[in-house]
Design a protein. Structure first.
Lengths: 537, 150
């Protein structure tokens, strides 16, 4: 085994949304920190949106599903027992490389589902406590939006004006107005004006194949340059296999494979996991020892349990008017949170949000667009394409799936990555509450599409490639028997081992989680800095 | 250019492609516009796909011969009948061929232009998008707080 480098104070595993924010916060206050990332740096000027065959890249090297993308830095996931396929990207920036940068916050009620609604559990942290961290994170990432959204407590001034509505957004806003339903321009981590040395978005469309202009906030262009300038270290193509433990049961470093496939050991005083809701439990389970036979930090038995995706139903309306939805950031134009908070008269508890997405280019339209059926071949083909290209709106209905023990990440008996490290297996089923919620959302999405003028509406009740959000598999809480980490991210079992990614989420909310993941990571970083001298007390 | 197609197979594939996406007054057929060149490149990168395509093309010709003709000599309606048969009997091949055909056809700048779009990738020029009228948000605001205190 090689000696990867001199002993470090803090080693972070993973350079994505949370790891970057945590590293920045520590480096800012003079802490020494090293991050190990299994992927490499991507070069924005190489992203395929510059190429004529750009639409094909989202099926191949920019496929969001690692099982299809299958790059050397990816690891496979056995997802046969799940109706939702997990998605992720492995690089500096993690999944912020391919995300659509939709940036809503969780609601205050999301942190109190048990006391408000008797389901899920309360978080050991509140919206009010996270508010300053949301603000700091917005400032570093750069958020386009508009204050005054009635679905939230007041927010600080957004960094740039909202992303443009376009014909599509305007058409849908009119539909929401007709019904008297909430809508608001989406908070997006996409600059609409130059900010912090980055260029403004030029509305090219496909955020999911990487942003050549650095207008979209991936952490390789936001947090990392700042963190590195302040002395943080980042080593790429280092795939961590396990966390090592000393005779006292404390973490003393990690073992990883370097770019040449050589095993290296990195000693550290503190180990911080930021490897996402699948990668983090995988690493803990792969770190089992005779002293920790069920995996590290797993005395509660909850490592890998309570996996939460957001179920997505995709409801698509076809309009006579040309909406030009292939122009502008694809992920969202506007949002609606009309059905976000609990209303038991709807037949389910908790709620869902609408993300009004734009449309796609001709290749994706022919293949069925966002979750639809591929278009017919033969004489019916051209009319079907002409009816849809630029004429559709897709509403993504995002539901809050509650934590359930049987939704879980385990280790696969046979499957491994290219270094031979056991790969994760996921098992997932949708609860009855969630199915009722999603069906309700399909109904209301249909209603608003028709109010906006759609002549035809179709729905995919559960999108399979929708596992963008990987949450809950090492939940936080005050009780060591009912949670894996405390509110500072410190594991209850191993005092110098921390988890700071979406794994710690207690519930999933009904919005895209990255803004909240990063705010939580920044809060944990502050608590870490305050307690660093007394971690082992 | 061709790597996995013989001349006969290429003629057969062109004829098949012209039925999957036929020509109209404004849009050329997929065979006519050379989508087979794209499929040839894709198959050249994947031996598994090359085998699937070769076997699938044989199935199409076999189905045509059962109808006492060669596929390329059939009428369009007869060809569609053969393709519908193969679509159900060799559905995995047929779906993969069709999706790759869509990839190749709609990535072709000539086709993108015929659709009325600019024949260029999204970057570096991007698009102009109307900022929009946000004054309607006053109606949303007037309805008051829309979140639950916690």
């Amino acid at each position: 085994m090689g000696n990867g480098g001199e002993r470090q104070d803090v080693v972070i595993v993973g350079a994505g949304a949370s790891g970057a924010a945590f590293a920045w916060s520590l480096a800012k206050d003079g802490f020494s920190v090293l991050c190990l990332e299994q992927g490499g740096w991507t070069n924005p000027s190489d992203y395929p949106s510059n190429q004529q065959d750009w639409e094909i890249h989202r099926q191949t090297d920019f496929n969001p599903d690692p099982n299809f993308r299958n790059l050397p830095e990816d690891y496979p996931v056995n997802d046969k027992d799940s109706p939702i396929a997990p998605l992720m990207y492995n690089a500096v920036g993690g999944s912020t490389i391919h995300w659509s940068a939709h940036f809503p916050r969780f609601h205050p009620s999301d942190f109190k589902t048990k006391s408000l609604d008797g389901v899920g559990d309360d978080w050991p942290v509140t919206y009010a406590e996270l508010e300053p961290y949301f603000d700091t994170n917005d400032r570093i990432m750069g958020v386009a939006g508009m204050t005054g959204d009635t679905a939230y407590p007041p927010k600080s001034e957004r960094q740039t004006p909202p992303i443009p509505l376009g014909v599509l957004g305007q058409t849908m806003a009119n539909g929401f107005d007709k019904l008297g339903w909430h809508w608001w321009p989406s908070d997006s981590a996409i600059l609409t004006a130059p900010y912090d040395g980055r260029a403004a978005c030029n509305n090219c469309g496909p955020c999911d194949i990487g942003c050549t202009r650095r207008a979209k906030a991936s952490t390789d262009v936001t947090y990392w340059p700042k963190a590195l300038a302040m002395g943080a270290q980042l080593k790429t193509h280092c795939r961590v296999r396990e966390i090592t433990v000393d005779k006292d049961g404390l973490a003393d470093g990690v073992v990883y494979y370097d770019a040449d496939g050589q095993v290296q050991e990195q000693k550290a005083s503190v180990v911080v996991l930021a490897s996402n809701g699948i990668g983090t439990p995988r690493l803990l389970l792969n770190s089992a020892t005779p002293a920790f036979p069920d995996g590290l930090a797993n005395s509660s038995g909850l490592v890998g349990k309570n996996l939460m995706f957001h179920p997505y139903s995709m409801v698509t309306g076809v309009f006579d008017e040309m909406l030009e939805g292939y122009k502008g950031p694809m992920g969202a134009s506007i949002i609606s949170q009309e059905h976000y908070e609990t209303d038991l008269s709807r037949g389910f508890v908790r709620g869902y949000a609408f993300q009004v997405a734009r449309s796609t280019g001709p290749v994706a339209v022919a293949r069925g667009g966002a979750g639809g059926q591929r278009l017919p071949w033969g004489n019916g083909h051209h009319p079907a394409l002409a009816e849809r290209l630029g004429h559709t709106v897709t509403i993504a209905v995002i539901g809050e799936d509650l934590p359930e023990l049987h939704n879980e990440v385990t280790l696969d008996d046979e499957l491994t990555d290219s270094n031979g490290i056991p790969a994760p297996k996921i098992s997932y089923t949708l609860s009855e509450n969630s199915r009722k919620m999603m069906d309700h959302g399909i109904g209301t999405a249909t209603e608003v599409l028709e109010a906006a003028g759609a002549h035809t509406v179709t729905a995919n009740p559960l999108l399979r490639p929708a596992g963008w959000h990987l949450l809950g598999t090492a939940r936080m809480g005050e009780d060591p028997s009912g949670s894996v980490v405390g509110r500072s991210g410190q594991t209850h079992d191993v005092k110098n081992l921390f988890i700071i990614d979406g794994s710690v989420f207690v519930t999933a909310g009904a919005v895209n989680p990255t803004s909240t993941i990063q705010a939580v990571a920044l809060l944990m970083a502050d608590e870490f800095k305050q307690n660093a001298k007394h971690l082992l007390d | 250019m061709a790597t996995f197609l013989s001349a006969d197979q290429r003629a057969l594939l062109d004829a098949v492609l012209d039925r999957l996406i036929p020509s109209t007054g404004t849009m050329p057929g997929a065979g006519q516009v050379g989508t087979a060149d794209y499929l040839d490149i894709v198959a050249g990168e994947s031996p598994r796909l090359a085998r699937l395509f070769a076997a699938g093309l044989r199935s199409i010709e076999t189905a045509a011969v059962r109808r006492d003709s060669s596929f390329v000599q059939m009428s369009g309606d007869q060809q569609d009948d053969v393709l519908r048969h193969v679509e159900s009997s060799k559905s995995a091949f047929f779906e993969i061929l069709l999706l790759h055909t869509y990839n190749g056809y709609y990535s072709n700048p000539e086709i993108v232009e015929a659709l009325g779009l600019e024949p260029r990738p999204p970057q570096p020029r991007g698009h102009e998008v109307e900022f929009g009228d946000f004054s309607a948000l006053e109606a949303v605001t007037s309805r008051g707080q829309a979140f639950r205190e916690a």
